[in-house]
Ligand binder design. Sequence first.
Ligand code: CDP
Length: 235
Amino acid sequence: MSLPSTIAVDGPAASGKSTIGGLLAERLGYLYFDTGALYRAITCLALERGLAIGDEEAIVALAQAAQITITRPTVQDGRQYTVYADSRDITWEIRSPEVDAHVSPVSAYPGVREALKAAQRRMGEEGQVVMVGRDIGTVILPHADLKIYLDASLEVRAQRRYEEVLARGEEASYEDVLADMRRRDEIDSHRLAAPLKPAEDAIIVDTDHLSIEEVLSQVMALVEKWQPLEGGVDP
Ligand code: CDP
C-alpha cells in the first residue's frame, strides 16, 4: 500500500487542524509542521519590539530578517513543538491573546508571506510531512499528495478555543473569543494574498458534530484509500 507523502491540512481557526495534524503525523511517523507558528512568531516579535502592526514595511523587514526555528518539543509541558526566535524559546508567547489579536493583519502582508514561503516549501519537499495552515493546499504545496480542509461553524470553533484557553489556566470570555475569531475569519478569507479557501482538489471534512477520534478516523480512512496519480508528477 502506498501512502501520501505530503499531506496538506488547511482550515479556519480552531477547526481542529493542529490536533488532527499532530495525531495524524504521529500515526504515520511523519513530521508535523504547523505553519501558523511562523506567522505567530513574527507577530510576537513585532509586538515585543513595539513595531506598529500597520507599518507594513517594518513588519516585512522583520519577517525577512527573523531567524525562526521550529523543532520537536524540547520540554514536556503539553507543547506540540518548540519555537525559537534566534535561540530564545517563544513557544508559549506566540499563543498570547495579543498575538491572537494581531496575527491576521500581519499574515495578510504579501511580503510577510513571501518571506516565509521558501522555508515552508523546503519542508514540504522533504516529504513525509503533515503541513497545517491556511494556504498549504492552494499556494505552498499545490502538488501535495493529499489535501484536507477541516471546517466547522464559527460558534463551535469559538467554543473549542474558549475551552482551550480555560484549560491553560487563563481567563477569557466566550464573547471575546467569538469576536476575535469572527474578525480573524473575515481578514483571513478576504485578504488578497493567499486567502483562506479550500483547494479545488481538497477533501472537505465538516467537524461540527464529530469528536477528535471521529475526525481522525475519517482522515485516516482518506489516507489509506489514497492512490498515487497515474503518470503524475510525483516521484
Ligand atoms: O489555530 P489558529 O487558527 O487560531 O491559529 P494558527 O493556525 O496558528 O494561525 C494564526 C493566524 O496565522 C491565522 O489566523 C492566519 O491569519 C495566519 N496564517 C496564515 O495566514 N497562513 C498559514 N499558513 C497559517 C496561519
